[in-house]
Write a protein of this length. Structure first.
Length: 170
């Protein structure tokens, strides 16, 4: 079967997702919805990506939890259909929020807890590294929290940093 440009995008998005620590199937389901004009049913998604219905269902549930996919009804059909978040920037911020919550927040909490268990006045290279790591992650956390709380300001800041390459929504 000849691979289309859409298929190549779906596979590339899946590979990129796996590099970020996401489930490849989940990223591929998301990519398929990104390139689809119309809502897709669970069966259509599973068939198109050649994955089981159970896998497709779990991926859709997780993508809905992330806030980047929603379930819709199609008139005259009792099945559920799915669409991706139509606004790319909203999709980006939803993914960034979820990644922060799942990845950065637990590491920072564990690091703070670890440092809190050290004896008063503990020193050494490992302690110094841990304190510097906590400071770095706390700074990243503060920046991420600001960016994710004010999406429009973040878009403007990113546009500025990119030399005006990203355009505001019209």
């Amino acid at each position: 079967m000849k691979q289309t440009q859409k298929d190549r995008f779906v596979d590339a998005w899946g590979q990129m997702g796996s590099l970020w620590g996401l489930n490849t199937s989940m990223a591929r389901v998301h990519a398929l919805l990104i390139v689809s004009e119309d809502p897709l049913s669970l069966d259509a998604i599973a068939h198109r990506l050649q994955i089981s219905r159970g896998n497709a269902s779990m991926c859709l549930k997780e993508l809905r939890n992330w806030g980047v996919v929603r379930r819709v009804k199609v008139r005259g059909d009792r099945r559920d259909y799915y669409l991706t978040e139509p606004e790319v920037w909203k999709m980006f911020f939803a993914i960034a929020r979820e990644r922060k919550r799942r990845e950065l927040d637990p590491v920072l909490a564990a690091l703070r807890e670890l440092l809190g268990t050290l004896p008063q006045g503990a020193s050494g290279q490992a302690v110094k590294r841990l304190k510097e790591m906590k400071d770095l992650l706390a700074t990243l956390d503060a920046v991420a929290s600001q960016v994710l709380a004010q999406e429009e300001n973040a878009r403007s800041a990113l546009a500025f940093l990119a030399g005006g390459a990203t355009r505001k929504k019209t």
